[in-house]
Design a protein around this ligand. Structure first.
Ligand SMILES: Nc1ncnc2c1ncn2[C@@H]1O[C@H](COP(=O)(O)OP(=O)(O)OP(=O)(O)O)[C@@H](O)[C@H]1O
Length: 282
């Protein structure tokens, strides 16, 4: 559905490329996570994908058609949820959605109500957006990006600033979009979200893709399973799962009947991300 073929990009006046030879193919219906430290080039890549930036180096196609050949109809085909919402603050939430829906003749009032309800904003729909919290603006932003039923949705930090309840609502909505067969390109710093939602993730570092695979494979490759042990004096210990049978400290606790509790910990995507992108602080 989305193909980046050997895409590089350099900003005017920049001494070197921001993106280097990106090679990505995203299947229809896939939730693809694009993860990277600050400044690694995630937004630049997204801007190329929604045609706010043009690169001469490499090619990008969506639904089998080069981005160069897509016209205005591209913005009916895709939905974009920017990280920083830009709503009309003097208008109500409903008026904002009605204003944007005018660009998409197929959007019905029921659709707007459906999404307002789904994102927990129906009761606040007639309030001015200037009175909205950051989280409410984020949810309104999410509605704007999906209400015209696009085939491809670009989401930039969609759960940022949301409390756990509303973050859950947004994640459930993303899963719902996937069930409908939408292709989703998700940029996030939230490794748990990426792990829960994405079929595959790419780790971007200084404009290079360092790894690209399913969260499960990356966790197996880079993560280590650990065991957290609390002894009968309340002291915590951490052991590598693979070393338990030979670790003398663990064996001493076990044989001395000194263990109060023991919990296994799965390898995390965060661990894989940190190891791959070398952002672990010394
Ligand atoms: N308009 C611009 N002109 C020149 N350089 C830019 C411009 N926009 C971004 N950059 C540079 O390109 C690099 C990648 O920036 P980008 O915004 O794509 O990173 P990011 O991964 O999205 O970061 P963050 O997670 O902080 O949003 C950075 O070094 C940034 O300084």
């Amino acid at each position: 559905m989305i193909t980046l073929d050997n895409v590089s990009f350099r900003y005017k006046q920049a001494a070197e490329n921001t993106l280097h030879n990106l090679q990505v193919t995203i299947a229809e219906g896939e939730v693809f996570g694009f993860l990277g430290p600050s400044g690694s080039g995630k937004s630049t890549t997204q801007k190329i994908l929604y045609k706010h930036l043009v690169t001469e180096q490499g090619s990008v196609s969506v639904n089998g058609k080069s981005l160069r050949d897509w016209g205005r109809e591209y913005y009916h085909f895709i939905g974009v949820c920017f990280e920083l919402p830009n709503h009309y603050l003097r208008l109500t939430a409903r008026e904002n959605l009605q204003f944007f829906s005018a660009f998409y003749p197929q959007i019905k009032q029921e659709t707007i109500n459906y999404w307002l309800d789904k994102m927990g904003l129906l009761e606040e729909a007639d309030k001015r957006v200037s009175e909205f919290s950051k989280g409410m603006k984020m949810r309104l932003n999410f509605i704007r990006s999906v209400m015209h039923n696009p085939a491809v949705v670009f989401l930039d930090e969609p759960t940022s600033g949301l409390d756990p309840g509303y973050a859950h609502k947004v994640k459930e909505a993303i899963k719902g979009l996937k069930q409908q067969g939408k292709t989703i390109f998700l940029t996030t710093h939230n490794m748990n979200d990426a792990d829960q939602l994405c079929d595959r993730v790419a780790f971007l570092h200084k404009g290079h893709i360092k790894e690209m695979d399913s969260p499960r494979v990356l966790k197996l490759k880079y993560g280590s399973k650990k065991v957290q042990v609390t002894d009968i004096h309340g002291q915590a210990h951490c052991f590598e799962m693979s070393d338990l049978s030979s670790d003398p400290d663990f064996q001493q606790l076990l044989q001395g009947n000194l263990i109060e509790s023991i919990h296994s910990e799965e390898a995390s995507l965060e661990e894989a991300f940190l190891k791959t992108t070398e952002t672990v602080q010394a």
